[in-house]
Design a protein around this ligand. Structure first.
Ligand SMILES: CC(C)(COP(=O)(O)OP(=O)(O)OC[C@H]1O[C@@H](n2cnc3c(N)ncnc32)[C@H](O)[C@@H]1OP(=O)(O)O)[C@@H](O)C(=O)NCCC(=O)NCCS
Length: 162
């Protein structure tokens, strides 16, 4: 059976796949989530999905928590060899569609103040900067780093911006 002609697909991440996930997580972040953070996410029933290509290669993944009428994006990561190809945007599109299906009105996230690239992606996507959490992230021996809180209104917005 050949799987090479299929396009990218989104699949739930299983506990037994966390070695593959952690290999990407530790490459992508100076302060990665621990394996325990991902186990807790699965156990808590958060949405943990991987984006794979037609050969089953991991392109990225995300973790999102469903609230009553909102979604909180906790982790969005693209495997370094596959950056700049629209995979982050594609995962956001899927998360927005899933959130709207649940009648969520808003999508929230936090991003490191120093992570200009991710902030630019979210801004282009339509997120607005709505707050600051001081000292939210660990930042090595020098202490802590602020988080920018961003939010996307799912009721006002139609399709993803170009
Ligand atoms: C931030 C991050 C998620 C972006 O992922 P990505 O898949 O590269 O993002 P996208 O491709 O969707 O968009 C990023 C860029 O690619 C461009 N792009 C989108 N589709 C493209 C395509 N088909 N071909 C070429 N470029 C494309 C976008 O215009 C954008 O331009 P930029 O280079 O000026 O930023 C990724 O770099 C990452 O995982 N970083 C490390 C972890 C991290 O910081 N996560 C966010 C934590 S809040």
């Amino acid at each position: 059976m050949s799987r090479t002609t299929d396009g990218p697909a989104l699949r739930p991440v299983q506990l037994h796949e966390l070695d593959q996930l952690m290999a990407i997580e530790t490459q992508a972040y100076p302060f990665p989530w621990s394996r325990g953070n991902f186990i807790d996410s699965i156990v808590a029933g958060y949405r943990l999905c991987k984006r794979i290509d037609g050969q089953g290669r991991w392109l990225g993944y995300y973790v999102a928590m469903a609230g009553v009428d909102e979604t909180h994006l906790l982790n969005l990561t693209v495997a370094p060899p596959f950056e700049h190809r629209g995979h982050a945007r594609a995962m956001l599109d899927e998360l927005v569609a899933w959130s709207r299906n649940r009648a969520a009105a808003r999508l929230w996230l936090e991003v490191r103040a120093s992570n200009q690239r991710a902030q630019a992606l979210y801004r282009r996507y339509g997120f607005a900067e709505v707050g600051l959490r001081r000292g939210y992230y660990p930042a090595g021996p020098l202490g802590r780093e602020n988080a920018i809180v961003m939010s996307l209104d799912l009721q006002e917005r139609g399709d993803a911006l170009d």
